[in-house]
Write a protein that binds this ligand. Sequence first.
Ligand code: EPU
Length: 421
Amino acid sequence: MEKYIVNGGNPLYGDVEISGMKNAALPILIASILTREKCTIENLPKISDVKKTLDILTAMGAVVNDLGNGAVEIDSANVRGGISPYSLVSKMRGSTYLIGAELACFGHAKVGWPGGCDFGQRPIDQHIKGFEALGASVEIDTDEGFIYADADNGLHGNSVYFDVVSVGATINVMIAAVLAKGKTVIDNAAREPHIVDLANFFNTCGAKITGAGTSVIKIQGVEKLHGCTYAIIPDMIEAGTYMAAVAAAGGKINVKGIIPKHMESVSAKLEEMGMTVTEYDDSITIAKTKELKKIHIKTLPYPGFPTDMHPQLTAVLVCARGESKVSEGVWENRFRYVDELLKMGADIRVEGSSARIIGVGSLEGATVKAVDLRGGAAMIIAALAAKGETVITDIMSIERGYDDIVGKLTKLGASIRIEND
Ligand code: EPU
């Protein structure tokens, strides 16, 4: 088992290049099979979730060619449905998009129950509501762990109103609707940048989608899509994670190759804490010039503060002066990482969906676990600020979503290395 060894205390300086966004790459790779032609997808992050997705598509009959430099060509002419390997599908949440994709391509779907980070319940009732509105029937075999969907008479556009704002349901219903007959209107849609990226990808392939990025998305079904070349947008959560790392460890870095507009809520909260943030066309410079102040954060769907940045900011607030509060507004239970921070000397009290964080000034190195992807990133951030050595185990959770985090942090001056047990 691999682990990270981090020696805290080094401030970070220099440039960090941000990779393509995981949560845009996964749906776009899966959506590419709707074209049944060759698509070239560029700016893919080198992370294990992308590798798993490509392995799933290969097992379904796609021919995947690695073009190097983060680009792959996917030929989906011979893809078949119902055969995605359970062992891979059940390890990630993005695999739910196979339901929409198989329904769109073949009129029926059989997909294993998806995995991903454990935040309490992760229902898919809104995905199902959308598929049913388009004319599919859906059954879940809880014994075998499979989801079956059938649209014997094809998919037909319809109005879909989501009861909760869901990134996954919005994406899945978009995927199902692009080739459906007639018009679909999704109301109370998620507005995340990756929703816009998926719409832009589909429109490049000949789809007719308007309104992505607002809460009403309109999709006029088309008969066929064609292959295209498309580059994934930069990962705002990866960028935010490096910004948080400087807030914890000190220093000044340039976060490059990003869309600063996507960073607004994260930049605003870091500035409120006392960080100096300067925005350029496609980069942000962030510097720590003074002691950090307490703040309150509430996570919300975009453009609110992203839930996927909550653990990293908690790790920063542990080192700030005063008592901060982080309230989780998206997930039932995203505080499992807190026990690990306590091992490093943090003072955090979880009360329902909020955590009170009493600044302790500094942390001590310890052996901690990456309980999930962003919780793992929080461990690295805390370790960069801590006195002494921190050992982080279960790092495969982190490698699901961060491209070369050890290399990028080392280049910024951090002391972090991978070791085998
Ligand atoms: N929800 C329902 N019913 C549904 C779907 C969702 O009640 O049918 C609820 C969830 O329980 C949750 C809320 O709606 O309370 C939002 O869930 P959403 O569907 O938006 O989340 P997701 O699509 O499963 C994606 C990201 C997560 C990120 C969330 C929120 C991917 C693969 N995952 O999950 O990313 O936290 O959106 O932004 O895109 C991560 O990258 O670390 C990560 C966990």
